[in-house]
Design a protein around this ligand. Sequence first.
Ligand code: CTP
Length: 205
Amino acid sequence: MNILITAGGTREYIDPVRFITNASSGKMGYALARAAIRAGHKVILITAPTKLRKPTEAKIVEVKTSAQMFDAVKKHFPKSKCLIMAAAVSDYKPAKQSKTKIKKTAAELIIKLKPTQDILKWAGGHKKKNQVLVGFALEDKDLKTNSEIKLRNKKLDMVIANQPTAIEANKSTVHIKTKDTGWVTLSNKSKAMTAKKIIQLAEKL
Ligand code: CTP
């Protein structure tokens, strides 16, 4: 399969040197890329900045902002059999980006934010019948209920639910649900093990 994977936390620039981001390390997305390659798939990895070594056999598309990630997904999604959105895409970005570095003053600085494009939701609305869409849900309460809402609202084929403690961790507990089956829990597994399982489930879908 041609598998498109996104990874890392996007940067939303306030000015040329400052940005809003999140604690995503990119480990899950990179583990997915490696697992998919090992299983014989062709992988395009769209990655926001991370400190990780890039998987050599994947085609790498480097992006910084959610807007750039959206453009890259729009470009590669039509030819992909499966899209796995492991990236932590910022939900908001500064309403205005200053072209020059913002100068310090004594006054309070208020930054107005506006919503970004929900890339996964866009993909759910544009997927062809034979395309498989996989999303993540990071929730600190009502984990399974909220994740099932995301599965339905974003028209996903599979959702991987996890908690904020999974961010940056090497091992994590995740709950996986495909649209037609019940929940499967992987307890305290390495991201490599979890990635292998997700790829196997995507193959079945
Ligand atoms: N996602 C996306 N585009 C966004 C935000 C999120 O494609 N602008 C994707 C993520 O890659 C992930 C999924 O949507 O696969 C769920 O992300 P999450 O942050 O858990 O949920 P949100 O949909 O942003 O909702 P909320 O923050 O309200 O829980």
